[in-house]
Design a protein around this ligand. Structure first.
Ligand code: PLP
Length: 365
């Protein structure tokens, strides 16, 4: 198979940090080898740093971001639970689907796509929900929501409700402060700002949520109690095998997180902010119009209207074939009218921005 090298400036996967790619070439270790367990423990420590949490249950789940979503609902809702879900794009919509499959009585709060989550409307949707869920960075629209304000408002009104946040496109790109904000359950994916290939879902659970998890969830693979007995060790006991840990992926995540922590989280966020701002400024200079609501635009994922009379697919094809650059189409009813341009992790750099702007300038002529 020919190796093709692309600049991945779509909604993810993004090009991995070089440290993450090199780590994939290291010799495999057994999943119970003490050296691997040291790497796993350190990975969980590093995940605590990027999540902004002291949660003991902070770990990489085996699978992509959607596994995090699935584990979040499977372990924290059951038939009869009321789950209020903010829907302002595709991934809020997916939460509704997943929560319903695990028996939750879902109260959905719809928003126009491109808008942030409206905290007051979510709060007003139900007086005493068991769980309130929202997406921090909606990859389908490029909008950022204030999860801190949402979680604070939920907890101030009702000490029982758990807050579940999708941080797939936010973790290690923009600030996530799980403890300070009051996120009870958070999940992410490795292929975006975390800068690793797709395949793991960084996950964190607060102590109070852990105490309230569904005791015998209708999924064996995603039973957090059983997974926790391997990853973090059983309460008062040692580690027990659950499923074979994807050791190479965890070594790769360990390396990427090492790089992120070494660079410093404020510096990583500043790098994403600077790249996103320059891209959005440059697209505007090209005469293009941004899609997501001003003031709520993500630096790591920019959405922009396709100009009138231009074929979205044709431009994306030329960018891929002639320039080796991938950008994303829009989603749903915006599939052919919006482009999505990602600057995530290793790609959150000004040189990448100037490349895509120069290519677009030429292609749009
Ligand atoms: N949530 C958000 C916000 C996402 O952007 C994605 C993927 O793009 C997912 C969930 C699902 O993750 P995955 O496709 O890795 O399963």
């Amino acid at each position: 198979m020919a190796l093709v090298d692309r600049l991945l400036l779509g909604p993810g996967p993004s090009n991995a940090y070089p440290e993450a790619t090199s780590a994939l070439a290291a010799p495999l270790l057994g999943h119970l080898d003490p050296e691997f367990l040291r790497i796993l423990d350190e990975t969980c420590d590093r995940l605590r740093t990027v999540w902004g949490t002291d949660n003991a249950r902070t770990l990489p789940l085996s699978g992509t971001g959607s596994i995090g979503m699935e584990a979040g609902f499977a372990n924290f809702v059951q038939p009869g639970s009321v789950a209020v879900i903010a829907v302002n794009g595709l991934f809020g919509e997916r939460m509704v689907d997943v929560a319903g499959r695990y028996g939750a009585e879902v109260v959905r709060v719809d928003h126009d796509w491109g808008q942030p989550v409206d905290v007051a409307r979510v709060l007003a949707a139900h007086g005493s929900p068991d769980l309130v869920a929202a997406v921090h960075a909606e990859t389908s629209t490029g909008a950022r929501s204030d999860i801190g304000a949402l979680a604070r408002a939920v907890h101030e009104r009702d000490s029982n409700a758990l807050v579940l946040a999708d941080c797939v496109t936010s973790l290690a790109g923009i600030e996530v402060a799980a403890d300070e904000w009051g996120i009870d359950i958070g999940y992410s994916g490795t292929q975006k700002c975390v800068g690793v290939a797709p395949g793991l879902a960084p996950f964190t659970v607060s102590e109070r949520a852990w105490q309230r998890r569904v005791p015998n969830p209708p999924t064996w693979y995603l039973d957090l109690g059983m997974i926790g007995d391997y990853v973090t060790g059983a309460d008062g006991g040692g580690r027990t095998y659950h499923h074979t840990a994807p050791v190479a992926m965890i070594a790769s995540l360990h390396a990427a997180l090492g790089r992120i922590v070494e660079e410093g989280l404020p510096e990583v966020y500043a790098r994403h902010a600077a790249a996103g701002a320059r891209l959005q400024e440059g697209l505007t200079e090209l005469g293009l119009e941004l899609f997501a609501e001003e003031g709520y635009r993500l630096p790591e994922l920019t959405t922009v209207w396709v100009p009138d009379g231009v074929s979205s697919a044709e431009v994306r094809g030329v960018l891929l074939d002639d320039y080796g650059i991938e950008i994303g189409a829009g989603v749903g009813k915006f599939a052919s009218t919006v482009w999505r341009i990602g600057l995530m992790g290793h790609n959150a750099r000004l040189d990448r921005v100037e490349l895509i702007l120069a290519a677009l300038r030429r292609v749009l002529g």
